[in-house]
Design a protein around this ligand. Structure first.
Ligand SMILES: Cc1ncc(COP(=O)(O)O)c(C=O)c1O
Length: 485
């Protein structure tokens, strides 16, 4: 047997029988995953983290194991000791259980392995992504000059919005080309404005952009997590009076902890008055556009750039994000022609013209297949249900004498803590409770800080849960807390 014929079985081939090995591997994987889900009854197995680490370090990586065995062992060690996002008591983060059509799509995405940078690597895929982007521009009422791309997630989308805004301001103020010449001499005066509750990727992006985290000025938020827009005006005026250049304001539609949706119309007015770029981070709340509460996003359509994140409330597998631009001409700030990839004279579209990434996954397919199979109306009904259930759960927590509700819910998070009135150190107890609940496999809970107090957090993303699941969860937590006290 030649080496080539031995290697054949490791790949899919065009032609008759070329995908037989794939079919077998997928069937085996499906059986093993099915068995994992039939066995799991906790959000985490409860295996000691050090034991898990040691077992993973001991995995043979020298080859030679049959693929069936590898798949079985993956189920046994990795599957069974994963964080089970489908479990009702896995409720910490914006970390979702993926929808069925998106899982089917993942097989096509991986096996076809289209790379979205150029048409000659992504023929049908390029048109699918563009179709989904056009659909999103319409869904968010972004207007006829808008366009967008799929991204790796909210972080990358926020980076794109802020980088384009930075290059736009230098171009607008002085015709300076940051792409070519780097930061202008007034670069140290540039300021990004967001709220205290904006996502930390704003600060991280400022650092990456060469402006530094100190270039980010945070406007005070209300107790419910929304930006105090009167303070936004004051902040901009004060910065200008100091000779600084506030050039972009970031509004948030769904802050990570409070789920707070800023008054986007008020921010849009202030941005327009001050000739600033308006970026909206709707990574969390953007999905509300399909719900009956979509009016809460009013003003979002006035953004110059928009972050949406499909691996959150759109229930897509990681990774899957989106970035929209009101005026597609501004993609010029990311454009670079490479002789081997996207020549200036190309007539077929190369999506790399609009991206920060080069090689890029065909994630648009999962959103397309989701919309074909489930569609915006049913998704909207599921969001309506989640929003109502979050209010019901918050009321349940509030009514429980062992717990303290720390903030009224806005979207689908509940901020609360264990406090039965008998604790010497409530913060320490809640930190311990979160960690022990995780490692013992009782519940995967969020932990954050609300008004200086340690808070636990439920992030409701699973529309299939009932209030009984939450009653049981609170009971289990109370028992655990009592045992830890
Ligand atoms: C409001 C907000 N923006 C941006 C992000 C970053 O998104 P990603 O994790 O997809 O990069 C998050 C993540 O939770 C978020 O909550």
């Amino acid at each position: 047997m030649t080496q080539q014929s031995q290697w054949q079985k490791h790949f899919v081939h065009a032609g008759n029988g070329g995908a037989d090995q794939l079919e077998a591997a997928l069937l085996k994987s499906a059986q093993v995953i099915k068995s994992v889900f039939e066995q799991v009854d906790k959000p985490y197995s409860g295996m000691d983290p050090l034991e898990l680490k040691a077992k993973i370090e001991a995995i043979n990586m020298q080859g030679g194991d049959a693929l069936d065995k590898v798949i079985e062992e993956t189920g046994e060690l990795i599957g069974l000791n994963s964080i089970i996002v489908q479990h009702p008591h896995c409720i910490a983060h914006l970390h979702t259980q993926p929808l069925m059509p998106s899982l089917a799509a993942e097989v096509f995405i991986s096996v076809l392995n289209q790379s979205m940078d150029s048409w000659d690597q992504a023929s049908a895929a390029t048109y699918v992504e563009q179709r989904m982007v056009d659909w999103l521009c319409e869904l968010y009422n972004f207007g006829e000059h808008s366009d967008g791309v799929f991204t790796a997630g909210g972080t990358q989308s926020n980076q794109m919005g802020l980088i384009i805004a930075r290059d736009w301001i230098a171009d607008t103020l002085s015709g300076h080309n940051i792409q070519q010449d780097g930061l202008p001499d007034y670069g140290r005066k540039l300021r990004i404005i967001c709220s205290q509750k904006s996502h930390f990727t704003v600060q991280k992006t400022a650092a990456l952009m060469g402006l530094g985290m100190r270039a980010v000025v945070c406007v005070e938020s209300r107790a419910n997590g929304t930006m105090i827009t009167e303070k936004l005006e004051e902040t901009i005026d004060a910065l200008k009076a100091d000779g600084l250049i506030p050039f972009v304001v970031v509004g948030t539609a769904g802050t990570t902890d409070h789920g707070a949706i800023d008054d986007l119309n008020a921010i849009a007015d202030i941005a327009a008055k001050n000739a600033m770029w308006f970026h909206v981070d709707a990574a969390y709340g953007g999905a509300l556009i399909m719900s009956s509460e979509k009016a809460r996003l009013a003003g979002l359509e006035r953004a110059d750039s928009l972050t949406v994140d499909f691996h959150k409330l759109y229930w897509q597998p990681i990774s899957c994000g989106g970035f929209l631009l009101k005026n597609k001409a501004n993609f010029k700030y990311l454009l670079h022609h490479a002789d081997y990839l996207n020549r200036e004279e190309d007539t077929l579209p190369n999506l790399v013209d609009k991206t920060m990434a080069t090689t890029k996954r065909f994630d648009a397919l999962k959103l397309l297949m989701t919309m074909q199979n489930i569609g915006p109306d049913v998704m909207g009904e599921m969001y309506d249900h989640l929003l109502q259930q979050t209010r019901d759960v918050a009321a349940m927590v509030d009514a429980n004498e062992n717990y303290e509700l720390l903030s009224e819910p806005n979207l689908s998070t509940v901020l609360f803590r264990f406090n039965n009135g008998k604790l010497a150190d409530v913060d320490a107890m809640n930190k311990k409770l979160r960690l022990q609940a995780l490692v013992q496999g009782v519940a995967v809970l969020g932990e954050t800080t609300v008004n200086g107090q340690t808070s636990l957090k439920f992030t409701l993303l699973n529309p299939c849960l009932t209030l009984n699941h939450f009653e049981e969860l609170l009971d289990n937590l109370t028992k655990l807390a009592d045992s830890l006290a």
